[in-house]
Design a protein around this ligand. Structure first.
Ligand SMILES: Cc1ncc(C[n+]2csc(CCOP(=O)(O)OP(=O)(O)O)c2C)c(N)n1
Ligand SMILES: [Mg+2]
Length: 222
């Protein structure tokens, strides 16, 4: 199935969510992001990481752009491919690296940085909506930013979360990270549709995966 740019509603990269723009100067560079994942990959190969890792790559420019709109006191709810999100939201690199080596890569939690993640596809969405509902109820100015993959955006949890957020006008923004793959299955070919999931406060950017879905394409015997 073709994946031409004009088939998607917004694949121009992270051009901003519109109503929120430029509240932060991300302190992390593209080179630092790439180097961090390389360091994790090397540690994984050297048996220093006590659990699975889902490495990011190819989406540095988009995420750096997106995090310019995310206030340091906003809340992040994301998934297992989360190292870049953590670094860009201010989690110190050494603290993050240690948590990854301790085996928590898929489920990194840094409440002190308002950062949560999950290994369950779509699991972050309802939690994000709950936080957004609480923020609205408390009349708090802060917002929730939820990240998910293209396959997760096809699922029921996404639709439910998005629909509830839309109807309740919650302070939440959805970013879909579209690598066109669900593990190694071509998402849109499988679903028979190029539907993007992009509408109310929800945007998508496309990128090409640089690492395998999980691990580093190398069997590591611990
Ligand atoms: C509820 C649930 N079902 C299945 C899985 C197994 N699983 C892990 S990743 C994944 C694919 C997700 O693809 P996508 O949302 O596009 O994210 P990507 O990994 O491509 O970044 C699946 C099915 C899971 N972790 N949780
Ligand atoms: Mg995907």
């Amino acid at each position: 199935m073709g994946r031409e740019a004009d088939q998607l509603e917004d694949v121009s990269g992270a051009s901003g969510i519109g109503e929120v723009q430029g509240v932060r100067d991300p302190q992390v560079t593209k080179e630092q992001l790439i180097a961090f994942e390389k360091r994790v990959a090397d540690a994984f190969a050297n048996k220093q990481v006590k659990g699975p890792v889902h490495l990011s790559g190819g989406n540095e420019d988009q995420l750096i752009q997106i995090f310019k709109d995310i206030h340091p006191e906003d809340w992040i709810c994301t998934f297992y491919r989360n190292h870049y999100h953590a670094l860009l939201h201010g989690v110190p690199a050494e603290k993050l690296f240690q948590a990854i080596c301790d085996g928590h890569s898929m489920t990194l939690q840094f409440p002190e940085h308002r950062f949560f993640s999950t290994a369950i596809v779509g699991g972050q969405l309802s939690i994000a909506v709950g936080i957004a509902a609480a923020l609205k109820r408390k009349d708090c100015k802060r917002k929730v930013w939820v990240f998910c993959g293209d396959m997760a955006a096809m699922g029921g949890a996404y639709h439910e979360a998005h629909q509830y957020a839309r109807m309740q006008n919650l302070p939440i923004y959805f970013w879909i990270e579209d690598n066109g793959l669900s593990c190694n299955t071509p998402t849109y070919e499988c679903w028979g549709s190029e539907w993007s999931g992009v509408n109310y406060k929800a945007k998508k950017y496309r990128y090409e995966r640089q690492y395998p879905h999980v691990g580093i394409s190398q069997w590591v015997q611990f």
